[in-house]
Ligand binder design. Sequence first.
Ligand SMILES: [Zn+2]
Length: 334
Amino acid sequence: MTDTSLVTSSVDFDLDGKQSGHLAVPQSTNSAGWAKYFVPVFVLKNGEGPTAVLSGGNHGDEYEGPVTLMNLFRELKLEDIRGRIIIIPMLNHPAVAAGTRLSPIDGVNMNRAFPGRSTDTITGMIAHFVATEVLPLADLVVDIHSGGSSMHMLPSVNMHRMDDVDQMARMLAAGRVWGAPYVFLYRDVAGSGLLPSYAESLGKVTLGTEMGSKAQFGVDMLRHTGRVRNVLHHAGILTEAYRDRGEAEPIVVAADNEEDYIMAPASGIFEPFFELQDRIESGQQIGQVHSLEHPDRPTEPVVARSNGILFARRSIPLSRQGECLAVLTREVDE
Ligand SMILES: [Zn+2]
């Protein structure tokens, strides 16, 4: 039985031209028994050619994607492109509006909701529409993330390691031309249902990013993020090369092992001993956790179990047991 989406779109994905509209998600709330939640969507289409699907605001507290993609839509003229660009700048719009990672309506993480169901709560309904009606149209999928409220990150374009050698080669090639300092091969340590994983499973050239964090949001990070135009040119959609090519040869790094993701051994105040880009050896203490209940006791050491550079670290001092404090990566030949 097909699970047809109940979400409707005010834009026609097949129409030539520049359209701005919304996805309308059925809602029934305390203030309105009959309601639609509007999620903005843009389409630029100029004749036949490849299709890119670009999304931001998958996590609501990551504003690099929304700003970059809204600017992109305003700046691009139809004659700049061949084919089609579909942009959902604030995928989890309720979360973007609230400044929270998860949706304030249903408490769901959009990046754990894919592919969703037509009868899901609002986050799953949006995910389901994107999974069934939008991603299948794509040749290239770009989902722009950052560390949001909780993590500082080195700016990277990222992807999973794919079993399909050809797909992996095409994804790496697209990732390299972005112009970001790093291409990061990551592993899922906190669940499934990711938009990029679903797009990858459809065989799409899929790129994610980690463009700094909410605290690092600014001119530099937006410059890195704006270089998504290099990928659109590489895909044959932007006809002219972008003026800012960025890093000619990004460093390809990987965090393949569970040990590369260091979780808090205890709750308390995490005091880091290192900064991003610092080199860490296995067995080295990277920080310590101070107890809120027993401040006189010795601190809980946080110890690395692998070698690598500090690629990400928690940006909120107050941490709960099991929360990610640091990620170590190693340079890889790809
Ligand atoms: Zn994110």
